[in-house]
Design a protein around this ligand. Structure first.
Ligand code: AMP
Length: 359
């Protein structure tokens, strides 16, 4: 059994080799930890900055045994970790944070919303949809417009289709390939916000100020933080974070995506049981960013301060936008973060820039 807090020179396992894993590995290194990244990609963005990289599939038994022996705690940069991976890691009795329950809840949109409602957290109305017939019935109850999403493995707006009229229900279900789905009522939100929260091993919870998010084609483009919010909205975000993180006995950083509705009401759209793109502003807006905060939490260290010391507008650099690095690096108020990816398709997240100003 691992005992906490982990001393420096302990090793942290990170599943996933993308930019979130990279920034976690960098934060771990700054606190004196080693990091071991496991992922299928040779020469991954995270693998190149980690102390060590294991190139293997996420459910490779041998690789998971190797990882368990090499590290004191395993964490994740993505939520769609196969169940077999978690079982294998648990069998090796290595500490896992966040835990299997948080991952399971976040992997399935119906389980996620059911958990939230049971924990006293409001969401849009929803119904599980397993067949075209279910879809017709669900549309008759929830009304239109409504949004049909696959229950599992949707991200960045993929696996979703709007239903504008009851006559479209069957075609909408078929267009998602017959996968188990959720039908959600449309949220006529004023804006999209998110909160990055962390819970330590001792149950302490801290929240960063809320960010306001702008999406294009389902992908996050910009986060502006701290967002200007009514005191009642900030108080609700705090209550939601406590209910969710305590309800899951969570350890680590979580991103909670919110819809701000008319009347200063917050609904939860989605939980991300990991560091989150909408929390990148904390790198240049706070003394302790979300990556260090996550490492502190899973290592059993005290959590760090979350106050904003600067206002930040974070813009994702997609595809060729990152080719402008020289110009971006010359912006006096810009803080450039590049992910070390070799070549990118049109929408690929290559980096981000945090444009700072005084709070
Ligand atoms: P998601 O993959 O659930 O985060 O959805 C991606 C984006 O679709 C969200 O950031 C919203 O802009 C939009 N969206 C998702 N669910 C709803 C909903 N129930 N009502 C209105 N817009 C939604």
């Amino acid at each position: 059994m691992t005992s906490f807090p982990l001393p420096p020179l302990s090793a942290i396992g990170i599943l996933g080799g993308g930019q979130l894993g990279r920034m976690l590995a960098l934060a771990a290194g700054r606190l004196g930890f080693d990091s071991v990244v496991l992922g299928p990609e040779q020469d991954s963005p995270a693998g190149r900055v980690a102390s060590r990289q294991i190139v293997a599939a996420f459910d490779d038994p041998l690789a998971l045994a190797q990882l368990s022996q090499a590290v004191q705690v395993v964490t994740f940069e993505f939520e769609n970790v196969p169940a077999a991976t978690l079982e294998r890691l648990s069998a090796h009795s290595v500490a896992i944070a966040p835990g299997a329950r948080a991952l399971a809840v976040a992997q399935d949109r119906v389980d996620e919303k059911s958990f939230l409602n049971a924990a006293g957290v409001a969401t849009v109305a929803f119904e599980a949809v397993d067949s075209a017939q279910d879809c017709v019935l669900a549309v008759s109850r929830i009304g239109t417009p409504s949004l049909l999403k696959t229950r599992r493995e949707g991200y960045d707006g993929k696996g979703q289709v709007w239903i504008e009229s009851p006559a479209d229900a069957t075609a909408a279900f078929d267009s998602l390939g017959g996968a188990p789905c959720i039908l959600e009522a449309a949220a006529p939100f004023l804006r999209e916000l998110s909160v990055i929260a962390a819970r330590g091993r001792d149950g302490e919870i801290v929240l960063y100020p809320l960010g306001e998010n702008h999406h294009e084609s389902g992908v996050l483009r910009r986060t502006s933080a701290p967002a200007t919010v009514a005191p009642a909205v900030a108080a609700q975000a705090e209550r939601i974070a406590h209910q969710v993180l305590n309800g899951l006995d969570y350890v680590g950083v979580m991103g909670i995506e919110l819809f701000e509705m008319p009347g200063e009401v917050l609904l939860v759209n989605e939980l991300a049981p990991r560091v989150h793109n909408s929390g990148h502003w904390t790198q240049d807006g706070c003394e302790v960013d979300q990556f260090e905060q996550h490492i502190r939490a899973i290592a059993g260290w005290p959590l760090g301060p979350t106050d904003a010391i600067r206002h930040v507008e974070m813009t994702n650099l997609l595809g060729a936008e990152a080719d402008e690095w020289e110009k971006l690096a010359a912006e006096p108020e810009g803080r450039l973060h590049l992910y070390g990816k070799r070549g990118g398709g049109a929408g690929r997240k290559m980096g981000h820039i945090n444009r700072v100003r005084p709070v």
